[in-house]
Design a protein around this ligand. Structure first.
Ligand SMILES: *Cc1c(COP(=O)(O)O)cnc(C)c1O
Length: 390
């Protein structure tokens, strides 16, 4: 503090750099006001319908249904696939709790297999050995918006009669071999949580690619009733048809979300620009053996959801995180693998050893990445990584 007057750069240097900052397009509040004027604040109003149309057109799914979170869309998936007690679902342990929890709520048993060293996605080469007579589905997670090896995974699923759910929470606008993430498996789920690329605070969507599941999905989302059919005039009253819950968001949130969806292309482009700048700036550090940068296979167009680095060893991370903290930079680690968590140990099963999962989780750091972060801030982040003493 005392010598700050002598150092013109000190003020700028000491400004903290947030991990995430929200980007608004400027139309969110106007659309919310329009929803209020329309006198329809509950679910499935005009803005929800516009979001559905946008998703169906841009993702290319048979049907899109907004939910109040990706978690809700995953729960709907487990109900739609009739997951019953003891059914096994193959998935990575390196993911958010909801991927597993949604199936555990139905009595399902997540079976964890290891991830690939390059993309940190489910290792498709390990899936087949984990299949048992109880296996019902494969749930893939497109980590950092980089697509899993979907051709191989769909082929395994077809040969063994398994369903495929894509947890595309991080994957909005990203593609695998030209196909949008979430449009490839039987079902896909998106998140619009404020930490994702396109946001509505809380929010999500279920993407239905198997048209045979559409009608039941509507019923599950509307408290187990055929209310959606009633509003379309297809039945003259609506009644309780099946199990379900209230999974639809208020039209106010859909109004907010529509503004974001309309700018999806420019938001993704700006994030990709920032991501690429990190990638270029960090190349010398990778060559010097100080870290490993993300790998994006040629088949994948990612969406710059996050920028991570892998330090050479787990022992390197506490020092690096402390240095970021001391310099006001909010860089953070990511998942505690689910198989190491108390609930994971209680409800799930591990297939094979999860060496890559465990090692990755201990070596990974996510860097600040948000619409509007400037190059000077990115340089500061990179300089702190470059200062690693090994
Ligand atoms: C964010 C996230 C979720 C949860 O999304 P919500 O919309 O907050 O429920 C689920 N899975 C993955 C992989 C995520 O990154």
């Amino acid at each position: 503090m005392s010598n700050s007057l002598n150092r013109p750069l000190a003020a700028a240097e000491s400004q903290s750099i947030a991990f995430n900052r929200l980007h608004l397009t400027g139309r969110e509040m106007r659309y919310i006001a329009e929803a209020r004027v329309a006198q329809h604040l509950s679910g499935d109003g005009v803005f929800t319908k516009r979001c559905h149309a946008w998703l169906e057109e841009n993702v290319g799914c048979a049907k899109a249904l907004l939910t109040h979170s990706c978690t809700a869309a995953l729960e709907m998936s487990a109900i739609l696939l009739d997951i019953a007690p003891g059914d096994e679902i193959i998935m990575p342990s390196y993911t958010f709790t909801s991927t597993a929890n949604a199936f555990v709520l139905r009595g399902g048993v997540p079976v964890f297999v290891d991830i690939r060293e390059d993309t940190l996605n489910l290792d498709e080469r390990l899936i087949e050995a984990a299949i048992t007579p109880r296996t019902r589905a494969i749930v893939v997670v497109h980590y950092a918006g980089v697509g899993c090896e979907m051709d191989a995974i769909l082929d395994i699923a077809r040969r063994h009669g398994l369903k495929v759910v894509e947890d595309a929470a991080q994957g909005a606008t990203a593609r695998y071999k030209g196909r949008p993430l979430g449009s490839i498996g039987d079902l896909g789920t998106l998140s619009f949580h404020e930490t994702k690329n396109l946001i509505s605070g809380e929010g999500g969507a279920l993407l239905i690619n198997d048209p045979g599941l559409s009608e039941r999905a509507e019923i599950i989302r509307e408290k187990g009733t055929d209310r959606s059919r009633f509003f379309r005039g297809e039945v003259d009253k609506y009644t309780w048809q099946d199990i379900g819950s209230s999974y639809l968001p208020s039209d106010l949130l859909a109004a907010f979300l529509l503004a974001q969806l309309e700018d999806a292309e420019s938001i993704t482009a700006e994030r990709l620009r920032i991501w690429s700048l990190y990638h270029d700036m960090l190349e010398p550090l990778e060559h010097a053996g100080q870290l490993r940068r993300p790998v994006v296979p040629a088949a994948c167009e990612h969406n710059a959801h996050l920028y991570y680095v892998l330090l050479p060893e787990a022992a390197d991370r506490p020092g690096a995180l402390a240095r970021f903290r001391e310099n006001g930079v909010n860089a953070i680690f990511h998942y505690v693998p689910l198989h190491e968590s108390p609930a994971g140990q209680r409800f799930c099963r591990v297939h094979g050893d999860l060496r890559v999962t465990t090692e990755t989780a201990e070596r990974l750091i996510r860097l600040p990445l948000w619409y509007g972060i400037n190059a000077a801030a990115q340089e500061r982040v990179v300089a702190l990584l470059g200062a690693v003493q090994r």
